[in-house]
Every structure is written in C-alpha cells, then in structure tokens.
Design a protein around this ligand. Structure first.
Ligand code: NAP
Ligand code: HSE
Length: 430
C-alpha cells in the first residue's frame, strides 16, 4: 500500500457534505484498503464557522476563506457540495485549472456548465465525477458512461424527482388534493419552502439534461427539453387513471429515433404493470433500454444525506485511485456528437383527455368528429360525474402527433358545449 495520503478539500458541509464526512470517518479502514491510501478531509469551506453542524469536526478544519481550499497545494480532490451556480462554478473551475480533481453533486452546475467543467478538467489533467448529481444514491452516471458503454442507448425514462413522486404517491393512495400533499411534503422536509423547481419539473429537467447528454453522446441544453410539472394533476385524474389501470408519475424521458432525440419532462399515465409504476414515495428509478443489454432499471433513494453521500464518497474514492495511479479522464466528456432534437409537435404518444361538457345529446359526436378531422384517433371513452347539466368525458387516444392533438384541442376548447378541457396527460410505457 502506498504511503501517500489523499487530501480532500470540501466546499460546503450541509446535508450532503455532512454525510461524506460521516462515511469517510465511519468506513475509514475499508476505504483505505479499497483506495490504497488513507483519504483525509483537510479543509472545509463554509459561510459560518461557529454553526453547530451536529458532528465532531477537527479544530481548524472549517474556513470561510475559499483560497484555503481551492488554492491549497496540499489538496488533491475538491468535493463541491455547496450548491448553486455562481461561486460553486467559479471555485470548481479554478480548482480544476490548478490540476485538482473535482467531485460534485451539483446538477444545476453540471447541467448548465458541464462543458466548461470538462474543459477545465482536461486543461488541468484532473478528473470530474458527478454521480450524486442525478438520482442521489442510485448509480446511473457511471453505469451509462461505463458499464453500458457498448450499447446504443435507445431510451432513458426516469422518476428522478423524489418530492413529486412522494406527492403523487400520497395523492394516489390517500385520494388527497395537490395542495394538501404539497404542505405535507414541505412539513416532512421533502419539498423546499419554494417548491417551484420540483413541482414545475425543472429539477427533473436538469437531471434529464445530464442523463441524455451521456446516453446519446450529444450535449443537451436545458432549453431543448419540453418541461411540464405536476401542478395540474388532480385527485380525479389519479382516480380515473387508476380505473383505466394506470399510475400517474412525473417522468423524465429521453428517446432516440431516426429523426432525432426526444427530450421531455411531464406527468404521464404509466400502465400499472410497468416497472416504474411500482416506484413510490421518495424513491427514484431510471429505466434504460440499450440495443444490446435490453431493459435495465436502477432503483433507490434519490436524495438525502447518506444516500447522496454514498455516491459522492464513492466518486472521491475513484478520483483518489486515479491520483495514486497518476491517471485521469475515466469519466471524461463523451459528447462527441451533435444530435438533432425533435420539436415537441413531432413527438407521438397516446393521450388521456378529461373534458367537462354540457350533458346533451350529440356533444360527444361533435368532439369525436373534430378529433377525427385532425387525425387523432380515439381508443376509448368513458363518461363520468353526470349531473344532468354537465358531464365529464374521459378519452384515451391511440398514438398521435402532439401537433395534431393540440390543433384539435384548440377547436374543441371553443365549442359552446365544452365547459372546460380539464386535463391532458400523456400516456407512456405501452
Ligand atoms: P446545504 O445543506 O444547503 O449545504 C450547503 C453547504 O454549503 C453549507 O455548509 C453552507 O455553509 C455551504 N455554502 C453554501 N454557499 C456557500 C458560500 N457562498 N460560501 C461558503 N460556503 C457556502 O446543501 P445540500 O443539501 O448538502 O446540497 C449540496 C449539493 O448537493 C447541491 O448542489 C444539491 O443540489 C446537491 N444534492 C443534494 C441532495 C440532498 O438530498 N440534499 C441530493 C442530491 C444532490 P453554511 O453551513 O455555513 O451555511
Ligand atoms: N429536490 C430533489 C428531489 C432533491 O426531490 O428529488 C434531489 O435532487
């Protein structure tokens, strides 16, 4: 075993950083054996060195001076777990240019500035590892880059936001309303005080940008992803979906076909017998289809102190082994291609449509003829909640082009017999 010690500098010690500190201490002997040298945290950047962090830290390890971490010549690996983009990006780029390796769990930074990070790593001849940035403790970055590298990846479908999966599970099991479960998710600490990024789908979109870039070897920008959150999902939709044998999930979908790649985050009806339909509560899962391997699914905890720190600490160990062996680039940039992204209107799926209409003869026939004129073929129709004045029609289409469906809905919405198009949800996984 080498005499060298691998020195780590951390940027932040909040939820994830604390977990990394704990794992490195708790599994110290095993980690030393597996790496081939001890791994020591030398300095940690924080905003407030006096704050109680609930763990015993060595005297003098905390600092408010970033230079003591990023410019410290004794430090080999920087663990960026401070979050956000501004300073996290600045410090990460500077550390990489100085030849250090970087481990980060920062999906915002990797999704938006992945190329700059990889370029800086190549310039400094260091490594970048970011397993914790998508789906917390679930191994998915390394499997896509490495274990599945021999495949052409056809599709990646993920439940990669724990907060919304928890909310949809509660709505489904307890028949609760969106606002009720949102308050519950906040009180349990799953949803942030400002939950916009989770419930509007942006958190999942950032993670999808990272996964799709790796899966298709083509850099995906956030603005290329169609994003729709779960705020319009109601208890009725979940009940009707269940009667039709579907679960409702927020899916992050990346698919490749001959005419380009599809990138979308939206709620979807998923057949109850699809493996992702059984992924409940705060759990995450990623379902990958490769041309050689077929279907594989990765499941586990997508957030939280120790699950995320499990991914981050394992990355630290990979970076440490590389430093000991004087190598780098094992998880380097693989975006060698530039693939066309399909416009959303050209995507084809089945749809669930809930329409509130006047309860009169001929209303359904009128709607059906508009769908027909726009090449939207109906697979099934059920009528719900008939009150004498109004009725709710729930339709499921065959696979149709998004643009045809939207054209039909524009006309239907203005019919005098239509009170409201209550919801339109895509159907996936059939
Ligand atoms: P957190 O609990 O808010 O901790 C952030 C830490 O960074 C704190 O120690 C804070 O110092 C320090 N920090 C923040 N800004 C700073 C600045 N400008 N200068 C110096 N120190 C600063 O965050 P977290 O939940 O651990 O998340 C860290 C990263 O992991 C984020 O990128 C997040 O997206 C990602 N991630 C988190 C989870 C999760 O379950 N939490 C899961 C997957 C990925 P003070 O304590 O002194 O304020
Ligand atoms: N807000 C995220 C989630 C945390 O709910 O999954 C992990 O990135």
């Amino acid at each position: 075993m080498s005499e060298k010690e691998i020195s780590v500098g951390m940027l932040g010690i909040g939820t994830v950083g604390r977990g990394v500190y704990r794992i490195l201490k708790q599994n110290r002997a095993e980690i030393k054996q597996k790496v081939g040298a001890p791994v020591e945290i030398k300095k940690i950047l924080v905003r407030d060195t006096t704050k109680d962090r609930g763990i015993e830290l060595k005297d003098g390890v905390l600092t408010t001076n970033p230079e003591e971490v990023i410019a410290n010549p004794d430090i080999d690996i920087i663990v960026e777990v401070m979050g956000g983009i501004g300073q996290a990006l600045e410090y990460s780029l500077r550390a990489l240019k100085k030849g250090k390796s970087l481990v980060t769990a920062n999906k915002d930074m990797i999704a938006e500035y992945g190329k700059d990070i990889f370029d800086a790593a190549a310039a400094g001849k260091g490594d970048v590892f970011f397993e914790g940035s998508v789906a917390g403790g679930i191994p998915i970055i390394k499997p896509l880059k490495d274990c599945l590298a021999a495949n052409r990846i056809r599709q990646v479908i993920g439940i990669i936001n724990g907060t919304t999966n928890y909310m949809l599970t509660r709505m489904s099991r307890e028949r609760l309303d969106f606002n009720e479960v949102l308050e519950e998710a906040k009180s349990l600490g799953y949803a942030e005080a400002d939950p916009t990024s989770d419930i509007e789908g942006f958190d999942a979109a950032r993670k999808l940008a990272i996964l799709a870039s790796i899966a298709f070897n083509s850099r995906v920008a956030l603005n290329q992803i169609y994003v729709e959150g779960i705020t319009r999902i109601t208890a009725e939709d979940i009940i009707y979906a269940s009667e039709l044998n579907y679960a409702v999930k927020l899916l992050a979908i990346a698919k490749e076909s001959n005419d380009g790649i599809e990138l979308r985050v939206h709620p979807a009806l998923l057949p109850k017998n699809h493996p992702l339909a059984a992924v409940n509560d705060v759990f995450n899962a990623v379902f990958v289809t490769g041309d050689a391997v077929g279907e594989v699914m990765f499941f586990g905890r997508g957030a939280g102190e120790l699950p995320t720190a499990s991914a981050v600490t394992s990355d630290v160990m990979s970076a440490a082994r590389n430093r000991l062996n004087n190598i780098s680039g094992t998880v380097s940039c693989t975006c060698y291609d530039e693939k066309k992204v399909k416009p959303m209107g050209d995507t084809k799926t089945k749809y669930y449509i809930r329409i509130n209409v006047a309860d009169k003869p001929g209303v359904l026939a009128g709607i059906a003829s508009i769908f027909g004129n726009n090449d939207v073929s109906i697979a099934s129709v059920i009528q719900k909640n008939t009150t004498g004045k109004a009725a709710e029609i729930v339709l499921v289409t065959h696979e149709v082009f998004e643009k045809n469906l939207q054209d039909a809905l524009k006309i239907i919405k203005d019919l005098s017999t239509v009170n409201e198009i209550s919801n339109v949800i895509r159907v996936e996984g059939e």
